[in-house]
Every structure is written in structure tokens, then in C-alpha cells.
Design a protein around this ligand. Structure first.
Ligand SMILES: CC(C)(COP(=O)(O)OP(=O)(O)OC[C@H]1O[C@@H](n2cnc3c(N)ncnc32)[C@H](O)[C@@H]1OP(=O)(O)O)[C@@H](O)C(=O)NCCC(=O)NCCS
Length: 179
């Protein structure tokens, strides 16, 4: 059966957690295994999530979160200015090790992009410097890096993670402002 993408349902959560466990084991994503992985996959502000399914297995996942402009990370507002309305954020994107290299993540980003366009909200994301495959994915998909800053949380090496902030392909270009 060929994989397909569809909105995530509550019944999918178990399979999503199973898939996330394989990603955590291979990539330390997330760095620390959450005490409640189902809840981790359902962060506050989540608008919708999608899964790539193959039979009864989930092989990919992504979420679209809506952020209040007032809570946008400081490096992003310094780079793009404070948006007038809400902003969407790519969240909880992963593909299982067995499912990689088939364009699943690219298609998941497309689905989120379509939804965000329908909602009329610009998209942003942040990615840790350790996520080489993810960085390459985003840049190939037309995302633009606008800022980088150290996070408070520690990466797998025990250092403050270096986060890169990106704006989506449809976001208007604005000159970076200095502090
Ligand atoms: C990043 C990730 C989601 C990519 O999933 P995927 O389905 O394999 O990605 P795709 O097949 O759509 O790849 C699209 C592009 O991404 C880039 N890419 C994907 N995997 C890559 C890798 N291992 N090394 C370098 N570039 C890679 C390439 O540019 C690729 O295009 P190409 O196949 O024409 O070279 C997956 O590797 C993953 O789940 N990683 C761990 C979790 C993670 O880092 N999530 C992101 C958190 S911000």
C-alpha cells in the first residue's frame, strides 16, 4: 500500500508515538523523551496535524501551530518585525528512519503551507543547528533563514542549542533590523 497524507485523528496518536520513538532513538528528536509524548505531539496552539500513513503505520507527522504575534521569539521579531496578526509555525515534523528519502517531509510542508495560505497567516519555524537534514529540507523548499540565537534548552551534546529561525516561502521579505 502506498503512503498517503491525511489529517491526524485522536486514534492516530498511539501510532504517532510509536513513530516518534524510532525518530528519538535514531536522531535524538526530541532531545529528551517527553514524559507524555502524546501531549508533546499536541502543543498548545496546535491548529491541525497531519500524518503520512502506510497501512496501519504512521511514517511521518507535522503540526501547524498558531502563535500569538506578541509571543514570537525575539530573534524573529527583530528580523521580520512584529506581525499585525497571528503567525503559523511548523511544529513536530518528523519522518521515521525507514520512511525517509521519499519526499514525505516535503509533501507535509506543502500541506501545512496550503493550510496556512488558506488561513492567511505567514509561516515561521526554528530548527536546531544539529538538524542538518531538516535545514537542508527547509532551504530546498524555499524557506529563508532570518536569524540565529542560542536557546535555553540543551542539545544532545549538553550545550545550549543554536537555533536558526526561518520564514516560509510565501512570507514577505523585510530587511533585518539591528537591536
Ligand atoms: C528532516 C526529515 C523530516 C526529512 O524527512 P524526509 O521525508 O526524508 O525528507 P524528504 O525526502 O522530503 O527530503 C527533501 C529534501 O530534504 C533534504 N534532506 C532530507 N534528508 C536529508 C539528509 N539526510 N541529508 C541531507 N539532506 C537531506 C534534501 O534536500 C532532500 O531533497 P533531495 O532528496 O532531493 O536531496 C527527517 O530526516 C527527520 O525526521 N529527521 C529527524 C527529525 C527532525 O530533524 N525534524 C525536524 C525538526 S525541526
Amino acid at each position: 500500500m502506498s503512503p498517503s497524507i491525511r489529517p491526524r485523528t485522536t486514534e492516530d496518536l498511539h501510532a504517532c508515538v510509536d513513530a516518534l520513538a524510532t525518530v528519538h532513538a535514531s536522531d535524538r528528536y526530541p532531545v529528551d523523551w517527553p514524559s507524555d509524548p502524546g501531549r508533546w505531539l499536541t502543543p498548545s496552539g496546535l491548529v491541525e496535524a497531519w500524518v503520512v500513513v502506510e497501512g496501519s503505520d504512521v511514517v511521518g507527522h507535522v503540526g501547524l501551530s498558531q502563535l500569538d504575534a506578541a509571543t514570537l521569539e525575539a530573534p524573529l521579531t527583530r528580523a521580520i518585525g512584529t506581525p499585525v496578526g497571528p503567525v503559523g509555525s511548523i511544529t513536530r515534523l518528523f519522518v521515521t528512519p525507514q520512511g525517509r528519502g521519499h519526499g514525505h517531509a516535503t509533501r507535509l510542508l506543502d500541506v501545512v503551507g496550503t493550510k496556512a495560505a488558506a488561513l492567511g497567516i505567514p509561516l515561521v519555524l526554528d530548527v536546531s543547528d544539529d538538524g542538518h537534514a531538516a535545514i537542508s529540507l527547509y532551504e530546498r523548499a524555499g524557506w529563508r533563514r532570518v536569524a540565529s540565537a542560542r536557546a535555553e534548552w540543551l542539545n544532545a551534546a549538553g550545550e545550549n542549542a543554536l537555533l536558526h529561525y526561518y520564514v516560509g516561502p510565501g512570507a514577505a521579505r523585510k530587511p533585518a533590523q539591528s537591536e
